[in-house]
Write a protein that binds this ligand. Sequence first.
Ligand code: UD1
Length: 356
Amino acid sequence: MSQRKTIMIAAGGSGGHIYPGLSVAHYLISCGYKIIWVGSPNRIESTLVPKNKINIKFIRVKPWYGEKIYVKCVMPIFILSGIYQAQKVIKNCKPDIVLGMGGYVSGPVGLAAWMSGIPLIIHEQNKIIGLTNKYLSVFAKQVLCGFPNTFAKAKFVGNPIRNTILCVSHPSIRWKNRTGPIRVLVIGGSQGSHILNKILPNIAAQLTNKLIVWHQAGEKELKQVINAYKAICYNSCSRHKIVKFIDNIAQAYSWADILISRSGALTVSEVSVVGLPAIFVPFASHKDYQQYWNAVPLVQIGAAKIIEEKYFTSDYVSAVLISWNRKILYNMAKRARSIAIPNATKRVSQIIIKYL
Ligand SMILES: CC(=O)N[C@H]1[C@@H](OP(=O)(O)OP(=O)(O)OC[C@H]2O[C@@H](n3ccc(=O)[nH]c3=O)[C@H](O)[C@@H]2O)O[C@H](CO)[C@@H](O)[C@@H]1O
């Protein structure tokens, strides 16, 4: 194996695209390969990727699609500008292969790779394939996917999960001797979720003393959420923890009895690997309702429940929560693990290596 082989990873915009890319990047680095990341300068990859000590190049990209007339008119300019910038980065970095992990940035980089004769591999994290990957699949040497039966042309490999999450101990160890209020972890995806931010303080008030909440509220609404818990929960609010973002998500998964969360592809896959019961509230504004379909496999095996936004009221969710004791939650946790794919990082990496 040559030390000089370079793998370019294009991914950005949200944790659901970046974290699985980072898992693959670290695996390949440990095998001696060089990684160059391409992302956008103003999105979370611009901080997350350097934090992981991975070299990142930036291109400025805009969405390739949209309903507004203005977006439709200027779209060809966006596309051409993105491809031009991506070609320049490819010319400078000379990658041997390009891996597209999703987000707008992977579109122009994937196309530029194909135009330069560099093999392109793409990975789709969701149960329903996104538009960027649908277009790129025409040019890709290999299409990989995180869920089975996503796309006719795709090979099912699972979603790469961070090592720290893979190291969370088995539910039988975590639940052993656990007592006290039910521990509810609230995650709104990489940016926080308005509906969870609005309803959870009311649930905490309704079920005072019965639960304890660790709530990731996102940057935008953090202050309002802290104030909402303070206003509603009176003296008990100090036991709840409200934060912008949870860096050590493995520790949070390990602490929790149940997760209440958006059902982004990565959160769903992580919950399965860790073995954690969940109430999923799919993001309703996605055209293809991908988050609903991401959660279905865990619901089908009795490890999770989907509550759609229109039914996500404090009365209903409180009723569900008090109907589940620790024993029920522990059994759900074990079921979640039964469909986990813990070795997806290795599977993706080995396919890349095969093409080098
Ligand atoms: C609104 C939107 O477009 N969401 C999409 C976005 O989700 P988004 O990136 O928001 O959600 P995902 O569940 O896929 O990934 C979130 C990632 O961030 C991590 N995390 C989150 C919160 C936190 O405090 N700490 C932390 O580490 C999670 O552990 C996970 O690894 O990309 C996903 C993958 O394509 C899609 O399935 C989602 O539909």
